[in-house]
Design a protein around this ligand. Structure first.
Ligand code: DC
Length: 232
């Protein structure tokens, strides 16, 4: 341990990781790091460059030519910058989700982003969400949660999230995207999506956001209580 606490939240897309991690980070005054947004930014760069997102050499040679930065605005929200441009909204487009999943299966991309993620945890108390945070990025995290839910429940939530952002989408399309990404993210050779052996598995299919939050907050308090006053 380096004096800071790390909480890793992994799981498939749409399980509620980002909304829960954001609220937990606020409650416990940790910084929230959405690592999917970093992969999405690489996916967007590959999309804009018009290259084959599964061609490791093509994507690898793009990496040194782009600048990816992560920052926080005054409201404490994470923003992603690609070559200085704020792309935080654009990376949420459904076609960029697929690009992100494609580039994330390339070992060169994962290696390139590893240090950036670890550096954030060396300098801050973090709640980091992703697919391989507990297994690869922060194997020494003080608390590891693997958050999951069945794919239809996740598609329904993702649909509502997109709607709230003014993006119209069709349920079957969203479900297909989620199932495509589940298959690809879980079956890839490089850092596949899986629960770390010491992760606590939480299934949110049957519980709502508030119940999920209370459950996770209790886990955080229990794990960190000896060191912090875990008041929320
Ligand atoms: O969490 P998200 O849906 O924004 O992630 C976008 C894609 O990035 C997802 O399909 C898998 C990939 N990803 C990853 O491989 N490793 C991470 N730590 C985070 C995301």
């Amino acid at each position: 341990m380096n004096g800071f606490f790390s909480i890793a939240i992994d799981g498939p897309s749409g399980a509620g990781k980002s909304s829960l991690a954001r609220k937990l980070a606020e409650a416990f005054r940790f910084i929230y790091v959405d690592t999917g947004a970093i992969y999405r930014t690489v996916g967007l760069a590959a999309y804009r460059a018009g290259i084959d997102r599964k061609d490791e050499q093509a994507v690898k040679s793009l990496l040194p030519k782009i600048k990816i930065e992560l920052g926080y605005n005054e409201a404490g929200e994470q923003r992603m910058y690609l070559d200085g441009e704020d792309v935080s909204a654009e990376i949420r487009r459904p076609e960029i989700s697929i690009c992100a999943s494609d580039v994330s299966s390339l070992p060169a991309v994962r290696a390139y982003l590893l240090e950036m993620q670890r550096e954030l945890a060396r300098r801050n108390n973090v709640i980091m969400d992703g697919r391989d945070i507990g297994t690869v990025v922060l194997p020494g995290a003080e608390l590891k949660i693997f958050l999951t839910a069945d794919s239809r429940a996740r598609a329904q939530r993702r649909l509502l999230e997109l709607k709230a952002k003014g993006i119209e989408a069709d349920f079957e399309d969203v479900l297909q995207d989620i199932e495509y990404r589940d298959r690809q993210d879980s079956s890839r050779a490089a850092a596949p999506l899986r629960a770390a052996e010491d992760a606590l598995v939480v299934d949110t299919s049957e519980i709502d956001f508030e119940q999920s939050f209370r459950l996770l907050a209790e886990l955080v308090v229990t794990r960190l209580a000896p060191e912090r006053d875990g008041d929320i």
